[in-house]
Every structure is written in C-alpha cells, then in structure tokens.
Design a protein around this ligand. Sequence first.
Ligand SMILES: [Fe+2]
Ligand SMILES: [Fe+2]
Length: 254
Amino acid sequence: MREINFRLVQISDSHISKFGGFYPDSFEKAVSEINSLKPKPNLIVHCGDLTDYGILLDYEYALEKLEELKPDIEIASGNHDQRNYGNSLFREMVGPLDRVVSLDQATLFILNSPTPDRDEGRLGRRRQQFLEHGLSKVPDDKLKIVVFHHHLVPVPFSGREANVLEDAGDVLHLVLRNRVDFVLMGHRHVGRALKINDTILVNVGTLSSIRTRGRFGHSFNIIDVYSDGSVRITEKNLTLNREFLVLETKRQTG
Ligand SMILES: [Fe+2]
Ligand SMILES: [Fe+2]
C-alpha cells in the first residue's frame, strides 16, 4: 500500500494585523485543522504577506499567532511584509530573506521576491544564479522545492494582471530546466496548480486576509508525496468547510 513519504502544508497571505486586514476566525480554524492533521506535516511553508502593514505591531502579533502552529514553519517574505521598512523587521524577527532549508526528503529554496514599498516582484540575476547553483547540488532522491511570494504565471479569477514576477520568463526557464518538483507561491489570494513538464506550480489562496476573491474564501493546501511517486494536492477551504482535490499526478521519473 502506498504511504505518504512527505507532507507539506502550504499557507499564505495571512495578513496578520490588529488594524483591519486580518480575519482571525479563519486563522484559528486553520490552526486547529493543521495541528490535528494525520500524518503530521513535515513542514508548513508560508508564501508571504505574513503581516498586513509590515509594522512592528503586526510582526509582534504575527509571531504570537504563529506560536499556535505545532509543525515547523518556513516563511517567505511578501510585499506587505516589506511595507514601512518591514524588510528590516522580517530579517530581525523571522529570518534571512533568502535561505536554503534542507530536510531528509527535500531541499527548499526560500527566496525574496518583493522590493520594499512596491507591489511588483522579481528575483533578479544574483538570486537566479544562487538558485541555479543550489539546485545543481541537490541529490536526485530529494524533492526540489522553490518558494517565493509573487506568482510565476498568471492566476485566473484574481483580477487584472500586474504583479507577475518581472523576470518570470527567465525564472520559469530555470525551474523547468532544473526539474524543480514544486514552485510554491501566494500573493494572488487564489489557489491554482499547474504542471509544466516535471514541475508543479502551486499558488495557494489567502489564509486569513479580508481581501478574498468572489466566493473563494480562505484556504490552505496540503501537498502529499507518496512512496509510489504520486503527488496529491488538496485544498482545505476554511470558509466552505470543504476539501477539494486540486491536482493528482505522478512525480517525475528518470
Ligand atoms: Fe496578500
Ligand atoms: Fe502580496
């Protein structure tokens, strides 16, 4: 029987703040669902916009809220996190803006896509080189996972396209050429998964921002990789109290 070899919970756009943009009920619901998942996730990945204004009070409150989540969590920085010089607080209170996380089953490249006080995103040549070099060192038996806030390809139902990564073409070429398993993103507050060649691009909806789109509500994703190489991505919708199958596929072979 196939077993889950690796389970990752993908959350994003929590927009934690005491000043308006945060919807705590959904956050609490997510905490209780994530903490009771069986099997327990290997990791939670937050794809950015942890806070709403990037201010000190937001960061303090966000860290307090994150304490409620039992599994380990890695957080990418979002454009809202870098408002009001929030990038300095992210570095100080959350961690480096770019980092590599090595687990037994996977190597994650958490990358900084925002520019302070702007909504646009880019990785830039230096970060692309860092990624390319890092990916070449990941052993074949480990999953390669790249995480950043902005989206690599347009996401439907999320409004007029304005903030796709400025260097999306180069980054897309890089991840496909290096057969990255997953690219995890947020920002658009709408979930979507798309497989291109060997790479699965996964956008997740907002966890707890008041800025939901239409009736999509609040959600998070569970990404399961099984012992037989199959992959299953499920959306847990907190508003509708329902679970949706987003994508079921085989992981790359040979
Ligand atoms: Fe957001
Ligand atoms: Fe964002």
